[in-house]
Design a protein around this ligand. Structure first.
Ligand SMILES: Nc1ncnc2c1ncn2[C@@H]1O[C@H](COP(=O)(O)OP(=O)(O)OP(=O)(O)O)[C@@H](O)[C@H]1O
Ligand SMILES: [Mg+2]
Length: 286
């Protein structure tokens, strides 16, 4: 295994059941470098959670190889040790313990790793990182959904893991809180150097990462490097009805948007080539 990969899988396969078996993961080759921020997208049932569960040693592959943080997870003996040291989890429904305060929830994974005083100090520090120092004595029921997710992030960072696995952390949040949460994850990725793998259905969430892995039917369908906001808007536009209509020269779309032939041509070039045509368009377009 190359030293700078924090995640490396080879032909990773997970089959459920016998008889009519389901290939939840079907030969996944994935490498993630330490310090990356990666989104995993794909339709429901495409294998995203299965992949995360295996990377977090919550499940074992049927075949193939998987290394995380230098550990061979296929032959790993001490699952608990690995989980408490190397990875942090954030789930869609935060699953904080309802009778414990925010501070106590963050302290839970530190049991056996820090003494009482250090535990408290570290939990306070982590809550301040996620902007919740003034809510540390609140119970989960006294926090908003976004605040609970931030506590879950602080808890995931408790033992300073190199890898955090987040399965739809913004799934239960409104768009604004979801974007705020992703900004926090991005900040933590940059300032703490923690590697994040974030499963999401939301393209706006995904584009706040650096790289998007698209899954389908247990396979990696494609990977995208996330560009500048302008490039990303362009990509969204390319896949929209309007963008597709312009690219295919649909007469209906031309009529609907009253586009002249020249405008259509300029827009087509812009959509095909992306960035370089932007200046051409704004300088010459009407
Ligand atoms: N414990 C299980 N037993 C049998 N089949 C399972 C099990 N867990 C998942 N599957 C199947 O494996 C496939 C992948 O499931 P997975 O949960 O990884 O999908 P997902 O991409 O996370 O979907 P979603 O976006 O809905 O969360 C699905 O067809 C699912 O039905
Ligand atoms: Mg899932």
């Amino acid at each position: 295994m190359a030293a700078d990969w924090i995640v490396e899988t080879r032909r990773l396969t997970r089959v459920y059941g016998d008889g009519e078996s389901i290939r939840a993961l079907d030969g996944i080759d994935l490498t993630v470098a330490a310090g990356e921020l990666v989104a995993i997208m794909g339709p429901s049932g495409s294998g995203k959670s299965t992949l995360l569960n295996i990377l977090g040693a919550l499940d074992k592959p049927t075949s193939g190889e998987v290394w995380v943080d230098g550990c061979d997870l296929v032959n790993l003996k001490d699952q608990d040790g690995f989980r408490s040291k190397s990875v942090g989890f954030i789930f869609q429904l935060h699953n904080l313990l309802p009778t414990l305060t925010a501070l106590e929830n963050v302290e839970v994974p530190m049991m056996g790793h820090f003494n009482a005083a250090d535990k408290k100090r570290r939990a306070e520090y982590l809550l301040s990182l996620v902007g919740l120092q003034d809510r540390r004595h609140h119970l989960p029921s006294q926090l908003s959904g976004g605040q609970r997710q931030r506590v879950a992030i602080a808890r995931a960072l408790a033992n300073n893991p190199r890898l955090v696995l987040a399965d739809e952390p913004t799934g239960a949040l409104d768009t604004a809180s979801g974007e705020e949460l992703m900004r926090l994850i991005r900040d933590l990725n940059q300032t703490q150097g923690t590697t994040f793998l974030v499963v999401t259905h939301d393209a706006l969430v995904a584009r706040q990462t650096k790289r998007i892995v698209m899954m389908r039917d247990g396979k990696i369908e494609r990977e995208d490097i996330v560009g500048s906001p302008l490039e990303e808007d362009l990509k969204l536009w390319q896949y929209s009805v309007l963008g597709q209509g312009i690219l295919s020269g649909s007469e209906d779309v031309m009529r609907m948007f009253s586009l002249s032939e020249r405008e259509q041509k300029v827009l087509k070039t812009f959509l095909r080539k992306g960035m370089p045509s932007v200046s051409t368009y704004s300088a010459k377009g009407s």
